[in-house]
Design a protein around this ligand. Sequence first.
Ligand code: AMP
Length: 381
Amino acid sequence: MKTVGILGGGQLARMMILAGAPLGLRFRIYDPSPEACAGQLAPLVTGQFDDLAALQAFAASVDVITFDFENVPAASVAALSALRPVFPNAGALAVAQDRLSEKQLFQALGIALPAFADIDSLATLQARVAEFGMPCILKTRRLGYDGKGQFRIRSQADIGAAWQALGAQVDAVGLILEGFVDFDCELSVVAARNAAGQFVAWPVTRNWHVDGVLSASLAPCGLPAAVQERAVAHARAVAEHLDYVGVFALELFHCDGTLLVNEMAPRVHNSGHWTGDGAQTSQFANHLRAGLGLPLGDTAVLGVACMLNWLGQMPEAAPVLAQAAGFWHDYGKQPRAGRKVGHANFRTDDAPAMARALQQVGQALGREAQVAPLLDALSVA
Ligand code: AMP
């Protein structure tokens, strides 16, 4: 029986554990916080991600290592890789940890993306804003997530304000300026690759964000097959270039038939949570299969599937549980403003049945605004 070590003990680790039990796997979790929610399901070792001695002791207690948190320092990943197989590999993590290097990779692979520039001073920022035009977005290169570490520049006055907000971090995490994309919709490709080179992708997912944080996902996305095939081809090119093993997500903007890649996440992804109940094989199961050298499972969507994220605190469960289509996921976390505390998945045979289920749940929970974009998308599907 193999033991999988997971660096980071949040909801992603928790869902990997749930998916790994039928494979006969055991798990150990490493996280700085004794409260990490995956620790409710598997032994939790507390330690910092730069504590090499503690990480090495953790590695000695497991057979293979993966991540639910991708910002483990490169030196720590290198030390772990010398002791145990680590997936995804250190090189892939390093690229995905830095918005600049991932964009340079997309560019080298011929994948279209928004205008971008490395920013090292206020003068560079001013020059690049003049070049890109407004609006544009200043982001930290490293350690940003869920819209954190980002500043939208809409006016001349915003340039100084953006530098005020993020300039102090330029040496520690780097900064990047991006052209603003007036997208029709946001998409993601969640895909998996194993060491034998088998590559699979779930149907392209359509995503809605509120304040930079994922609010809802829907699959299939309803866009023409040719667009979806192009998105998946981009994901495949990235995975093959990085010799990637495991699940990752490629986030894209769709504008009038054009696809622009935003970023990649080197791990199971929030926009793939629907696969837990709405696909033949979940992203969590395929991530583990990939890392253990097993064949990857079928990624077909079972009809129509969607996900609603619960932020801050869990809503009442009954209206979701009362639906034949509904699946409830409570991460066992303490409520906190903006925190991802759970989600609901829905799976139906067709779009009208999904619309009915979502309408009822939206009304019962007072979340009409959260389900409204899904209802719109389903009515044209
Ligand atoms: P990110 O952390 O880069 O995934 O950004 C979070 C969200 O902010 C994205 O999902 C988009 O909704 C929005 N966003 C980020 N970058 C851009 C951009 N260049 N143009 C338009 N919207 C963006």
